[in-house]
Design a protein around this ligand. Structure first.
Ligand code: CP
Length: 305
């Protein structure tokens, strides 16, 4: 059978996505599930950008499934001294059963996947963050009870996390509404593809510059940092541009009474979200972080099957 990679939620069918979420729920309910699934197998985890949740949850996931995680920073590899991505993928495939990478351009992941004979996992690129998207969907399904028809309002930067929410929401029939400042909208290609997917599942996908349009009647309010990794030099400018897109009590008041609050973390209290909201009783951010472990265990089990 051809190997599967996990580079974007757009690559999964709706049924595959639902099956992964079901498997993640099983991993959560029964932590020993999959305990021997990676026995005798190694997973290489490469980080070209910093990470707390992704790095630790993957390392713990691999270990708890009986596997051996090999964690490397990008600058520890010969990649930094001119070895090509293609050669790197070909060589790592000789030793490891899965290669997982946090990097910059999605093209680097595509090239790695093309040259590797084992599954390649996207641990975050500038384009998408599908592992985060999986945990987000598991969290919403558990908190709200379903995904179909659930209204999710994402406030802030139309970034990689927004892209994965758009693909994941569209695949599962959600009503995803993205509100960004002008000039910070998600990729038009992701919008078009998500709208096409949503048309097939009965979902909806809209993009606006008006917070109230996205937040009114929402079941889920979601935000992320205003300056993603690699955009730090724009942080000061973005503070002013994003000022009216903060997830605060005003946004919460527009949403449904029982709306949940999500953030992929790390959070900057007082910037994209207020302390009162992220630490308030509507927040599910710690469940969301915990679900990274369960969804990634389900993902690894699926990829090596
Ligand atoms: N949400 C997330 O990916 O966290 P890290 O950057 O800490 O891995």
């Amino acid at each position: 059978m051809a190997k599967r990679d996990f580079l974007s939620l757009a690559d999964l069918s709706s049924d595959e996505l639902t099956a992964l979420l079901d498997a993640a729920d099983n991993m959560k309910a029964k932590p020993t599930a999959g305990a021997k699934k990676l026995a005798g197998r190694s997973v290489v985890l490469i980080f070209e950008k910093p990470s707390t949740r992704t790095r630790v949850s993957f390392e713990v996931a691999v270990t708890s499934m009986g596997g051996h995680p090999v964690v490397l920073r990008g600058d520890e590899l010969q990649l930094g001294r001119g070895e090509t991505i293609a050669d790197t993928g070909r060589v790592l495939s000789l030793y490891a059963d899965v290669i997982a990478v946090r990097t910059f351009g999605q093209d680097r992941l595509d090239e790695l996947a093309g040259s590797s004979s084992v599954p390649v996992v996207n641990l975050l690129s500038d384009f998408s963050h599908p592992c985060q998207g999986l945990a987000d969907l598991q969290t919403i399904r558990a908190a709200v009870g379903s995904l179909e028809g659930v209204a999710l309002c994402y406030l802030g930067d139309g970034n990689n996390v927004a892209h994965s929410l758009m693909f994941g929401g569209a695949k599962t029939g959600m009503d995803v509404r993205i509100a960004t400042p002008r000039g910070y909208e998600p990729s038009p290609d992701v919008v078009a593809r998500s709208q096409q997917m949503a048309a097939e599942t009965g979902g909806k996908l809209s993009v606006t510059n008006v917070v109230a349009e996205a937040a009114s009647g929402a079941d889920v309010l979601y935000t992320d940092v205003w300056a993603s990794m690699g955009k730090e030099s724009e942080a000061e400018e973005r503070l002013a541009v994003f000022e009216h897109y903060r997830l605060n009590d005003d946004a919460l008041a527009l949403a449904n009474d029982d709306a949940i609050v999500m953030h992929c973390l790390p959070a900057h209290r007082g910037e994209e979200i207020t302390a009162g909201v992220i630490d308030g009783d509507r927040s599910v951010v710690w469940d969301q972080a915990a679900n990274r472990l369960h969804t990634q265990k389900a993902l690894l089990a699926w990829l090596v099957d």
